[in-house]
Design a protein. Structure first.
Length: 318
């Protein structure tokens, strides 16, 4: 595959800490030629880290000037991801987007149609997917060490307020992991949000054909914590930030200590794995569809959590 000439829309802290270093590390695959951000301070930081990049204060200005682009990396505020992704597709570039890709099924349908029409990949980065903790948990599941998993719980606590609500901030990751852990798509959802507008706390239950997943999300909490519990008929696994504990029927309890905490944010090595997945999806439409199905389940979670809460937390079919 030829090198992809790319631009970054939204020079966020995550781009500075993880996306840009990961892209620069794969210089045989990616060349970031321009950065867009409305903040002069963020553009100054981008210039310091990527001196040869051309700078713009709006995506429209960028696309009106730049030519022969192959990729747009989108890390602008979540509410504008869909708008910026559609703009990129209109300029026939592939899209690599920080989650959430969009916040409505209408936008998701538009993005899928635009992707097919332009024959370009729209790929959502599920932030924790390539962390060492999740890679290890997936191996535990694949090796059937826990047996049939019928229950899981996920807890995402964050100190900082969630400007757009905790669902967009952490709910996307939680719903993605729920599907990974249970190995199927959810059938229904019940949720309670507080407050309803831009909720700072959420309690959700996802029902699957073979089990259930409880999800607890809270912003403005006492600490940054990410925890998971998986229960199978052969044992259980507990993940608490940088510590994984395996309690298996056929052996003694084992613990695995990792170097980094999940809640400390994305790392360059995590993004490296996502970039390889993206490159594979650029070449293989089947992988694009797989990522889009995962994204669709996450959007359904966001929208139906709010709907369930509006009808006294009744279960909503998915």
């Amino acid at each position: 595959m030829k090198m992809l000439n790319g631009v970054i829309i939204g020079f966020s802290a995550a781009v500075e800490a993880a996306y840009l270093p990961a892209l620069k590390a794969q210089k045989e695959n990616f060349d970031i030629c321009a950065v867009c951000d409305p903040s002069p301070e963020r553009l100054k930081k981008a210039k310091a880290l990527k001196p040869d990049a051309r700078l713009y204060d709006s995506p429209k200005a960028l696309f009106s000037k730049e030519e022969r682009l192959d990729l747009a990396v989108i890390a602008s505020p979540a509410a504008r991801h869909a708008e910026h992704a559609m703009l990129a597709l209109g300029n026939r570039t592939h899209v690599l987007c920080e989650a959430p890709l969009c916040l409505s099924m209408k936008d998701l349908d538009r993005l899928w149609s635009g992707s097919v029409r332009a024959d370009r990949c729209v790929f959502t980065v599920h932030g924790l997917e390539h962390s060492p903790q999740l890679i290890t948990l997936k191996r535990v599941i694949e090796q059937n060490l826990l047996g049939i998993i019928s229950y899981a719980s996920l807890v995402f606590l964050r100190r900082r307020p969630a400007a757009g609500g905790i669902l967009a901030d952490c709910g996307w990751q939680a719903s993605y992991l729920a599907g990974e852990f249970l190995g199927s798509e959810p059938l229904s959802l019940a949720a309670r949000l507080r407050p309803v507008e831009a909720p700072a706390a959420a309690a959700c239950q996802l029902h699957f054909s073979g089990g259930a997943v409880h999800i607890r999300l809270a912003a403005g909490s006492h600490a940054d914590r990410t925890k998971a519990l998986l229960c199978g008929d052969k044992g259980l696994a507990q993940l608490d930030e940088d510590l994984l504990t395996l309690d298996l029927a056929d052996g003694e309890t084992e613990t695995v200590k990792f170097q980094e905490r999940l809640s400390d944010g994305a790392r360059t090595v995590w993004l490296a794995g996502a970039l390889w997945d993206f490159l594979a999806a650029v070449k293989d439409p089947a992988l694009r569809e797989k990522n889009f199905r995962e994204t669709k389940n996450c959007v359904k979670f966001l929208k139906n959590s709010a709907y369930s809460d509006s009808i006294n937390s009744a279960a909503v079919p998915l």
